[in-house]
Design a protein around this ligand. Sequence first.
Ligand code: KG4
Ligand code: ZN
Length: 363
Amino acid sequence: MDALTFLGIESSCDDSAAAVVRHAGGRAEILSSVVQGQVALHAAFGGVVPEIAARAHAERLDHCVEQALDEAGLTLRQLDGIAVTAGPGLIGGVLSGVMLARGLAAGTGLPLMGVNHLAGHALTPRLTDGLAFPYLMLLVSGGHCQFLIARGVDDFRRLGSTIDDAPGEAFDKTAKLLGLPQPGGPMVEREATAGSARRFAFPRPLLNVPGCDMSFSGLKTALLRARDALIADHGGLTRQDRRDLCAGFQAAVADVLVEKTRRALAIYAMDLLADPAFAVAGGVAANMAIRAGLQAVCAKAGVRFVAPPLALCTDNAAMIAWAGIERFRAGLLRIDDLVARPRWPLDPSAPAMIGSGKKGAKA
Ligand code: KG4
Ligand code: ZN
């Protein structure tokens, strides 16, 4: 097919983002990718405040689009289409993006694709590494944790997911309990490198039940109890206590993810495929201990391990532009996709997940 150049817009959580991606001659190229985070805006509240996030998106998104077009050296008229995240996520933010995209499409006459944010993450390994379907995917971030078999542009089978917190959320809460700054993941990882994972016996939730569902909220409660016991005994935490707590917590998360990945690989039945592949995306994929564990389980199973560069693992608009291109090429231009939705499971046949995390509803 001819070259396609799409603008992508993302605003489902706390990153305002716009990007331009081109697909030509079988190759995908990111011409620009602008991400404006909101960490400072929410810092005082210990989590993302939906109303503040929505307002910031409404103020910033058009500047992100301008900057993305500038950096790509293109005008709106030179695009072939626009793609926008239409869910799942914090509804005010999603609406800011969808309204902007509708306005741009109405003004230019360009086709407009509504993209599922999770599909954006799940299709990223095709943008970065040209992975062929079907591949196994682990989305592991502050808002999501699920195993998916990506079978086609619009065909995902969910094998399991968290039934409560996402791992990034658990890392963030752990940091908070130990007086470390947000986002907590990198802080907890840094402390853990100087700690012993053997000192505290934290649980490995749901390993005793079959399947690929996961749970992380009990782990945080266990950490809270261990912390309070130390405080009751010694009147406070030493530096080493904190390091050991972080190491124990991180090892428990890694063990759960690795074992569940082993099970998901077995379901994916890689022996039936010529080139089986496992891809990981989401902010938690930055964690070296977790990444090493996942890499090792893939090596053991003879499965290619793919981890897109971190900037494309975390929330960004290049993945949305790319998903738009993929959907456009597949003829999936659907008006329903443009309705902003707080919940939007990728696999409608999988049972709905309960609860809502700090970054909005669970998929
Ligand atoms: O994908 P992401 O940028 O945003 C969404 O949640 O959608 O992921 C952010 C999450 C945060 O919870 C952060 O604490 C976690 O990823 N994270 C990490 C690390 N770096 C970021 N968790 C563990 N170890 C890390 N090195
Ligand atoms: Zn995300």
